[in-house]
Ligand binder design. Structure first.
Ligand code: BGC
Length: 530
């Protein structure tokens, strides 16, 4: 790949010299707080929705239904479009925002994009906590959604670019770790505020989102810009200085040259989104879109958004429902740690495949218990079965937390070449938010129609996505980010067929050109991708 100067090959992979410096770790911790905000928004809506005061003020129809057990089927009491709109409006706004965020990440940098996100969050939180009517509530959610669009665009890219290759996976997952901490924090807050008498507990729940919002804004002011983004914007000297600082060595020339080269190719691309549709980018695009759709079709957000509502539906009391949501939130955080530890060791594919088996099993068991025990107008889920359902939900959530949760964000952020990385990340965020929106908007209605069968529906999807991983998802562990095209896509048994027009962008004598001629190999056996 790059001529000379590389550290010794390790397990078939080539690495640039890089120490794990405190500044890298600190920058990553600060940037990752963008995930806290996303997680808090995911977690908070289900909890406030289960609070009678909140329902009575904003959704009197639903409130009426929850108060009259004879009026409706257990499975249908929360089936209300405007209630679902409260949850889902955030994701709709976020997906529009990502297109603006793509422009800002590429032209202004990763750091200012995070700052923009922080400001949106702060304003959204204030409006939400002060909401007097449904309109204010939705406007607040829309602004939070814009924040999510900007943050989810910039943060994963920032982390993947600033991290040394060998711990890139682990550092990137800090984003997801923060998402899960945000969800847990929201669950804990809801558990506490639900006990507040006087009808303002929900305001506190929505207002405390200000805490992660402030952290992100402050973090965005303090972090360094990534060398990749500086070099992409022709600030070569600054890029080199930052690279030296974050890698903790003077021997940064090989990595610097590789980023310069990636950036040169990136500049030839005048229309990143149009370029994304070129045949040679189809593999990354297909993987990105599939990863996001699959992530949402695991059914995770049915649990994350609506766990309290779901537990209430199957007959837990209101307190037990919020309490169970806290347990699940904690399992989510701890299991994400497993991923941070193992992703750069066992690899991405292994985690996804193991989790597929575990999620499938848990969902089928949940469907069977609910099918037998929860009828439309009676739910006799005794204590033992109740505990079993919570256990199975924990089994499912833990598997998600070390697989599709973090890897849904990691893999797309590390597979695109610099030329299409921002545009690719926009597609990632956008598809994620579209399907998160679909889940938020549809789940309570699907629960009403499919009843316990909803969990069989998700388990079928888990089966499909696991087959996809077996055949079509290449391993990206330990591959430097600017070498993915050469070392992953051009070597994959299926995707390599889309790579033949890559000569177009490889000027004579460049690295890419050189590698094409030599059929440079990374030591990865394509057959092992199967
Ligand atoms: C997903 C969210 C989900 C969260 C759960 C994230 O990776 O994108 O939709 O709520 O994981 O931990």
């Amino acid at each position: 790949m790059t001529a000379g100067g590389l550290a010794p090959a390790k397990a078939g992979a080539v690495e640039f010299e890089a120490k794990i410096t405190p500044i890298v770790i600190l920058s990553c911790i600060m940037a990752a707080t963008g995930g806290l905000m996303f997680g808090y928004d995911v977690g908070v809506s289900g909890g406030v929705t289960a609070m009678p005061d909140f329902l009575e003020k904003f959704f009197p129809d639903v409130y009426g239904k929850t108060q009259d057990p004879n009026l409706n089927s257990n499975y249908c009491k929360y089936d209300n479009q405007s209630l679902q709109m409260f949850t889902s409006s955030l994701y709709l706004a976020g997906l529009v925002a990502t297109f603006f965020a793509s422009w800002t990440t590429r032209n202004l940098g990763r750091k200012p994009t995070m700052l923009i996100a922080g400001v949106f969050f702060l304003v959204g939180v204030v409006i939400n906590a002060a909401a007097q009517d449904l309109a204010m509530l939705i406007v607040g959610r829309v602004l939070l959604g814009c924040g999510v669009g900007f943050a989810n665009q910039a943060v994963p890219l920032f982390l993947s670019e600033i991290a040394p290759t060998r711990i890139r996976g682990g550092l990137n997952i800090l984003f997801q770790l923060n998402v899960t901490i945000g969800i847990l924090f929201a669950n804990l807050v809801n558990y506490g505020t639900a006990k507040i008498k006087g009808g303002w507990g929900w305001r506190l729940s929505l207002g405390l989102a200000g805490f992660p919002a402030i952290l992100l804004t402050a973090g965005a002011l303090l972090v360094l810009e990534t060398p990749n983004s500086l070099i992409e914007r022709d600030r070569l000297d600054e890029g080199k200085t930052v690279l030296r600082k974050i890698r903790g060595t003077d021997n940064i020339e090989p990595e610097f040259l590789e980023i310069v080269e990636a950036s040169r190719m990136s500049k030839e691309v005048k229309h990143p989104f149009r370029n994304l549709l070129k045949r040679r980018n189809w593999p990354q695009l297909a993987i990105t879109v599939a990863m996001q759709i699959f992530q949402q079709f695991t059914g995770i957000n049915a649990i994350m958004f609506y766990a309290p509502v779901l537990f209430d539906t199957v007959g837990f009391g209101s307190d037990a429902s919020l309490y169970s949501a806290v347990i699940i939130g904690a399992v989510n955080v701890v299991s994400t740690g497993v991923s941070i530890y193992s992703v750069d060791k066992v690899g991405r594919r292994m985690l996804l495949l193991e989790a597929g088996v575990q999620m499938f099993f848990a969902q089928v068991v949940i469907a069977i218990i609910l099918g037998i025990k929860v009828k439309d107008n009676s739910s006799d889920l005794h204590r033992g079965f109740g505990i079993l359902v919570v256990l199975m939900v924990c089994t499912f959530v833990s598997a998600f937390a070390w697989s599709w949760g973090p890897l849904g964000w990691l893999i797309p952020s590390e597979t695109f070449p610099l030329e299409t990385r921002s545009a690719g990340q926009s597609v990632t965020v956008c598809v994620n938010l579209i399907f998160t929106f679909v889940m938020a908007q549809a789940f309570l209605s699907m629960l009403c129609t499919l009843k316990y069968g909803i969990f069989l529906f998700f388990s079928a999807w888990v089966l499909i996505m696991s087959i996809f991983v077996v055949f079509l998802l290449p391993e990206t562990k330990n591959i430097p980010i600017e070498e993915m095209t050469e070392r992953v896509w051009k070597k994959h048994w299926f995707w390599k067929r889309f790579m033949d027009d890559n000569q177009e962008v490889a000027a004579p004598g460049t690295k890419a050109d050189h590698s094409l001629k030599n059929g440079h190999s990374n030591g990865l056996d394509p057959a092992s991708q199967l």
